[in-house]
Design a protein around this ligand. Structure first.
Ligand SMILES: Cc1cc2nc3c(=O)[nH]c(=O)nc-3n(C[C@H](O)[C@H](O)[C@H](O)COP(=O)(O)O)c2cc1C
Length: 216
């Protein structure tokens, strides 16, 4: 084709693409899962800090799912009894509606807590073709070993684990009594990187699923 003879319809295409690129997509629904349900847990300090970071963005709407508010049994069933169905009714739809997840996990014995595994195993399609980011905390390892185990689990569930994480080593010493991080620049930057990657994958996967269902 002679590029000097582009008609007006063709000429409109680059502008339309520019407009589409500039239009802000609807915010992604981000479910932040607080994985510790331990009595006396430190976790809410970390999850509240993270939720406050994510809530400052325009590309996500954020809700916190606190596993201390549910009581799912470790024994799975294809025909759960009524009390278990009641527990599932509190949480399953929130996972299903989410476009993306951030799992906030402590490290217990070089892995993640049983409460998280129970939540994960009670669900399947709710995780599929969605991105997952991680905020971890613990002792010397900052929960990173827990995160590496979670990557394997979410891979099996067809979820996409984003590369960058937020990690707090010896977490108890890093926050003041009001839950403010004492030296926030690096964790703020880490949260931004992770959320940027989560947003990219979240939009890409949401767009793709709007064209065709995931093949999983
Ligand atoms: C059962 C148990 C095992 C733990 N194992 C580890 C570990 O392997 N590595 C580590 O860095 N910290 C470990 N810790 C420390 C926790 O990661 C740390 O206390 C964290 O704050 C626990 O989170 P939570 O208080 O929100 O439950 C362990 C704590 C508990 C209770």
């Amino acid at each position: 084709m002679d590029i000097t003879t582009i008609d007006s319809a063709t000429e409109a295409t680059p502008n339309a693409l520019d407009d589409a690129a500039e239009a802000s997509p609807a915010p992604l629904k981000l479910a932040v899962i607080m994985g510790s349900n331990r009595e006396g847990r430190f976790g809410p300090v970390v999850s509240d800090w993270f939720v406050s970071r994510a809530a400052g963005r325009t590309d996500f709407t954020v809700e916190l799912i606190d596993l201390a508010d549910t009581d799912l049994p470790t024994a799975l069933s294809f025909k759960p009894a009524a009390p278990v169905r009641d527990q599932l009714a509190k949480i399953t739809h929130r996972l299903a509606e989410a476009d993306a997840f951030v799992v906030v996990t402590p490290e217990y014995n070089h892995s993640y807590p049983a409460s998280l595994k129970t939540l994960i195993d009670w669900h399947f399609a709710e995780w599929q073709a969605k991105p997952v980011g991680f905020v971890s905390y613990g002792g010397v390892s900052g929960g990173l070993r827990a995160v590496e185990h979670l990557r394997q689990v979410f891979g099996e569930l067809h979820a996409v684990a984003v590369r960058d994480t937020v990690s707090f080593h010896n977490a108890g010493a890093l926050f003041d009594d009001e839950g403010r991080h004492l030296d926030p620049d690096r964790p703020h930057a880490a949260a931004t990187s992770m959320l940027d990657q989560l947003a990219w994958w979240g939009l890409a996967l949401r767009d793709a699923k709007s064209v065709r269902a995931y093949a999983g």
